[in-house]
Design a protein around this ligand. Sequence first.
Ligand code: HAM
Length: 445
Amino acid sequence: MAQKVQGTEDLYGGYMRAWQYMQAVAHELFDTYGFDMIETPALEQVDTFVHGIGESTDVVRKEMFRVISGALFEKLLGDGSEKSLKPRQRLAMRPEGTAGVVRAVVENNLVPQGSSPAKLWYAESMFRGERPQKGRLRQFHQVGLEWLGAPDPAADAECIIILMEFYHRLGFDMSKLRLYINSMGDSHCRPAYREKVKQFIYDHKDEMCADCLERAELNPLRSFDCKNERCHEVMKSAPLISDNLCEDCAEHYAQVKAYLDAAGISYVEDPTLVRGLDYYTRTVFEVEVVNVDDVGAIGGGGRYDGLVELEGGKPTPGIGFAVGFERIALALAAQGVDLAGDEPTCVYVACAAPEQRSAVFDATLTLRDAGLRVEADYQGRSLKSQFKQADKLHALVCVVIGADEVTNNTYTLRDMNTHEQISVAKDNLVDEVIKLMYGAEFIDI
Ligand code: HAM
């Protein structure tokens, strides 16, 4: 039997309804903040991610799925290496949404100089070659938003407010969420801080793992996230970014916190929160759920004031966040919330005998024209088994059509809850079905 790739999932039934519900909640909320939807290609040039996310990050070095056409694959097997490919031939599946959206903003000139900011949101599959485990997939789904052209610390605070309101609308018990925030500084203060952390790791090289020694060279701040217990312990006394921010970054961070306080958003300051993507500057944030094991962060984001330039555009500030659908579904399930909601209901048109098949066909068209979800039998079942099927499909009403109904220009409507039946005139079908399904007040809307 053919099998799906490890760490990927089929979305259907209740799980698909949950994903659609999450997108609907996002659409309604993000719209009130003026965000429009964007879809960028799942395939981008490798350079889009290398420039943006950073060459030394795990996401780019280890997790990004590279894609190659059959023809190029054969060429590489024959004589070359990846280096022999042109940049436009080096492709990857997007591991996250921000770099692609920023590439699209630059390429389509969506923030021309002096214009209003671009505010874009997305709901897309992302791909990361991680070791699959609970809440960690190789293809997963993110809802995210990106706001380009807004340097004001109020934008940082609004992003966080939108994120927390999103969780609230999805049904989270907000007392169980922890919002962690930090400022990562900018190109003025971070390089010197990075050097300090690098030096700190070298000063403790006998106590740190081999990965951290490699990180010291490439990306020393990642050592704050090392899973090794001993490294974790040592890093507790490493220099903190909060003591090393330049005046502008410190002021920006103070204003973000003041806006959050004014909005009544509670947060935990974590000066070791560094995030796994290199493009961040200043504000970063992440949300976790307490009392749910192994789910990991259910969302995160931050400011990236240098990314547009890295993707070849003019200096333009940016900020955004993304949340993971699968982790949110897991965390909500642990809180007893099922995003899938109820199974959809329908009206079932039952056929007493083959002679009435065309009358059934007509009735289904009429009901569907009225916007109802309509099911019927397409396998020649007996009337009894059609009723059974109607139950399985959560039909609220069955329209029964036999020889008498055709002769008298009527339909028999069966209430699937009470099993009571009434006869209605053919012309009144839609109104009578709606009345039975939803009540008289729903007619004509
Ligand atoms: P991220 O923290 O890498 O940020 O991912 C955001 C969310 O995606 C995570 O908090 C988590 O819920 C989910 N996620 C990440 N990896 C996996 C995985 N392997 N399996 C399941 N869920 C996962 C970003 O992607 C940034 N682009 C966010 C951002 C937008 N920053 C600024 N704008």
